[in-house]
Design a protein around this ligand. Structure first.
Ligand code: C2O
Ligand code: CU
Ligand code: CU
Length: 486
């Protein structure tokens, strides 16, 4: 349970960028003696971050406005809103359609989706469908923004196989704060392969978007670049909710929508998690594990069988990695098993087959590095800061490449995301990938000093696309580059 002191700790440091624990201590002490600046807010906030007091929200599924016969057409409005994230407190957020986080779009392979995005915010935005294969002019490139008051139509052909995609802001230098303040949503692309499987579905399937945040005493979202004090963990926009489940299997579509934070999720009793999918859809075969790792931007598709818990019992989803006090970041949500239910669902031993990898035509190396320390640390790909006018990798259309990506830092974590493609992880640290990384991926974690080899095929669209570290604040600082497929 969160103590008043730690709740204040969350609330106090509103000014510093990347304050360390040591830097916080005097502030907290002064605050404790001087008393709160406003009468009731700290108490309210302390109660607010008390765990497992509120139900998990299910994200709304957005309905198409209509269809043109061939495609589903949506209109979405980016607008400011107030969300009740902490009980009884209205927090200003940036939203897609007023929802924090954004809605879920359900799409089908072979059926295009067209979305008119209306920017009614005071900042430029760019909407990127993460993990999707789309033409450059619908990719939400950092430089291809929607000005405040303007509209933009994005075309999503959905020619790829099923995948749990997500959309988020990508406006150059603004994406980190825009996403932090709420501009992210889910896009579940399905296909016949996936639909033919007897996996848990309907009310037994839930999108679970996780992220961290920091609130001040008034319950405002505090944004500071590189802030290591975002120690309130939100699940679908609610801190530490409970989720009432039946004693049967559930399919949890997990997304890490944090700016930087990585999660290592476990059931508190060490019970099994069956990972069935990752960024690019189902794994070839289910993988039973006791933990699921997700760096920022990654997705994990996990089945949990709650029939092993008696009705009336609970199990907490824990997080066992990352910075912050364990009482704040160590627990994510609680599953409360409240009833029995029939369970006709099954997890087949084979989930899908992946296309064989062609012989690679080209191999290249990519190094991610940032300055460790300093007031405005630079961040680089191949020692260069992102320059949208520069092509960093010229790729021949129709070819396949192996990219050997290295985290050149001794202490900092990174990850690596490519637009346009779903790639395959060939090796991590010289060894074959763990089972959870044997499917299609668009984002991979890189521990300090670690190297990952991946292979992608560039046979869908030509043009300029970015690749970058998906810890948004590293990207903003320059850890981003451009490939030109031609
Ligand atoms: Cu989700 Cu360019 O990224
Ligand atoms: Cu992306
Ligand atoms: Cu990084």
């Amino acid at each position: 349970m969160i103590t008043r002191r730690s709740a204040l700790g969350v609330a106090v440091a509103t000014t510093g960028v990347g304050l360390t624990g040591a830097g916080l201590a005097p502030l907290v002490a002064a605050h404790m003696t001087a008393g709160p600046a406003t009468g009731t807010a700290p108490t309210a906030l302390a109660a607010a971050v008390e765990k497992f007091r509120r139900p998990m929200r299910l994200l709304p599924v957005k309905r198409p406005l209509g269809n043109t016969g061939r495609s589903d057409v949506y209109v979405m409005t980016m607008k400011p809103a107030r969300a009740e994230i902490l009980p009884g407190i209205q927090t200003d957020v940036l939203t897609y359609d007023g929802h924090f986080p954004g809605p879920v779009i359900r799409a089908r392979t072979g059926r295009p989706v067209v979305i008119r995005q209306r920017n009614r915010l005071t900042v430029p935005t760019a909407v990127h469908l993460h993990g999707a294969s789309v033409r450059p002019d619908s990719d939400g490139d950092p430089m291809d923004v929607i000005e405040p008051g303007a509209d933009r139509v994005y075309h999503y052909p959905n020619r790829q196989s099923h995948a749990p995609l997500w959309f988020h802001d990508h406006a150059h230098h603004l994406e980190a704060e825009n996403v932090y303040r709420g501009l992210s949503g889910s896009y579940l692309l399905t296909d016949d392969t996936e639909r033919s499987l007897p996996l848990p579905a309907g009310r037994y399937e839930a999108v679970i978007a996780l992220r961290d945040a920091r609130f001040d005493e008034q319950g405002r979202l505090v944004y500071a670049m590189g802030d290591r004090g975002r120690n309130t963990i939100l699940t679908n926009g609610v801190p530490y909710p409970y989720f009432e489940v039946a004693a049967r299997k559930y399919r949890l579509r997990l997304l890490n929508a944090s700016n930087q934070r990585r999660f290592e999720l476990r059931l508190a009793d060490g019970g099994p998690l069956v990972q069935i999918g990752s960024d690019g859809g189902l794994l070839p075969a289910p993988h039973t594990t006791d933990r699921v790792l997700m760096s920022a931007g990654e997705r994990a598709d996990v089945v949990v069988d709650f029939s092993r818990y008696p009705v009336g019992s609970s199990v907490v989803l824990k997080n066992t990695t990352g910075s912050g006090p364990v009482e704040e970041i160590g627990e994510v949500l609680r599953f409360d098993v409240v009833r029995t239910a029939d369970d006709p669902s099954e997890i087949p031993a084979r989930l899908r087959s992946l296309p064989p990898l062609p012989r690679p035509d080209v191999e290249r190396e990519v190094a991610l590095r940032m300055d460790e320390g300093g007031e405005h640390p630079g961040a680089y790909i191949d020692e260069k800061v992102y320059d949208p006018g520069r092509v960093d990798a010229a790729v021949r259309f129709g070819t396949s490449e192996i990219w050997t990506v290295t985290n050149a830092n001794a202490r900092a974590e990174h990850n690596f995301h490519m637009h346009l493609v779903q790639f395959r992880v060939l090796e991590r640290g010289g060894r074959p990938p763990e089972p959870g990384e044997t499917g299609l991926k668009d984002t991979v974690f890189l521990a300090p000093g670690e190297t990952v080899r991946l292979q992608a095929v560039f046979d869908t669209y030509r043009g300029h696309y970015v690749y970058h570290c998906h810890m948004f604040e590293h990207g903003v600082r320059g850890m981003m580059a451009t490939m030109h497929i031609r």
